[in-house]
Design a protein around this ligand. Structure first.
Ligand SMILES: CCCCCCCC(=O)SCCNC(=O)CCNC(=O)[C@H](O)C(C)(C)COP(=O)(O)OP(=O)(O)OC[C@H]1O[C@@H](n2cnc3c(N)ncnc32)[C@H](O)[C@@H]1OP(=O)(O)O
Length: 238
């Protein structure tokens, strides 16, 4: 399984090349990649199309706080030190006769982009190649509630996983999460903007050791910290 996964993952790794500081107009269609082989529940399909959706500068639901952070970091992109990480929503099978299950698969969406605008994971990420770190500005929408008025821990875990994974992907090969340890230190008010800082601490062969902290925008509250191990796939393995 891992071997057949490799072409897709290499191409996903090529997303690194799609980042850039240029500010697209709101509503511009994002690029799409056609990838030779993909997965379905039954194994390999013909090909998959990875669609990067319209690159929104912001949504109606973004608070002023996250818009300001977005603008600040878009400015930092101008000298090339930071890059905005592109987002994508779909990896959909193409060019294969759909079975019932593949029909379902064609509705697949990347989990962290699976909610309608404003209701779930609203975030933007920026990556610094030299410092090997990624910053994610995240505003959890109302469908991510855990305890009343607070962000669900699993939603935060998702964002830590995605931010850590992106940090590893931007630095090396495409990776899978092998291990994630999270300390939940303070509850996060639903709808508030938080900052997830992720960096590569160490690389050992195919293993990327990543650490993350999750803070309030004013840096006064440390909500969580985490470590993760991300492993790039060995193309020789089945
Ligand atoms: C844009 C990108 C954002 C991505 C964010 C989202 C990411 C995800 O959701 S990924 C989905 C969740 N994760 C998974 O499903 C992964 C399931 N696990 C696997 O597929 C495999 O175990 C995988 C790929 C992680 C590693 O498999 P494999 O390549 O065979 O590793 P293997 O050869 O056994 O081990 C390699 C090294 O890693 C170490 N290792 C492997 N797993 C672990 C682990 N869980 N903990 C600690 N060390 C580990 C091994 O000890 C070995 O170390 P060394 O080289 O020093 O001897």
């Amino acid at each position: 399984m891992l071997r057949s996964c490799a072409p897709r993952l290499r191409t996903l790794g090529a997303l690194r090349g799609l980042t850039g500081g240029a500010r697209p107009a709101v509503g511009d269609a994002g690029p799409a990649l056609l990838i030779p082989q993909g997965f379905s529940a039954n194994g390999v399909t013909g090909s998959i199309r990875l669609e990067i959706p319209s690159i929104r500068d912001w949504t109606e639901s973004w608070s002023k706080e996250i818009r300001l952070l977005f603008d600040q970091f878009m400015k930092k992109c101008e000298d090339g030190s930071w890059k905005r990480v592109p987002s994508y929503r779909y990896i959909s099978p193409q060019d294969s006769k759909p079975t019932k299950e593949e029909g379902q698969m064609s509705r697949a969406r990347i989990f962290s982009r699976s909610y309608d605008d404003g209701l779930g994971f609203e975030f933007v990420m920026f990556h610094n190649d030299v410092e090997k770190r990624t910053v994610c500005f995240f505003q959890g929408g109302p469908h991510l509630q855990g305890p009343s008025g607070l962000l669900h821990g699993g939603a935060l875990a998702t964002m830590i996983d995605v931010t850590g994974g992106v940090t590893a992907v931007m630095t090396g090969e495409f990776v899978m999460t092998a291990n994630l340890n999270i300390n939940f230190k303070r509850p996060i008010p639903l709808g508030s903007v938080i900052v997830i800082n992720s960096q590569i601490d160490k690389v050992e062969g195919r293993k990327f050791f990543v650490s993350c902290d999750v803070q309030s925008v004013d840096e006064k509250t440390l909500y969580s910290n985490a470590t993760g191990l991300f492993i790039s796939l060995d193309p020789e393995k089945k």
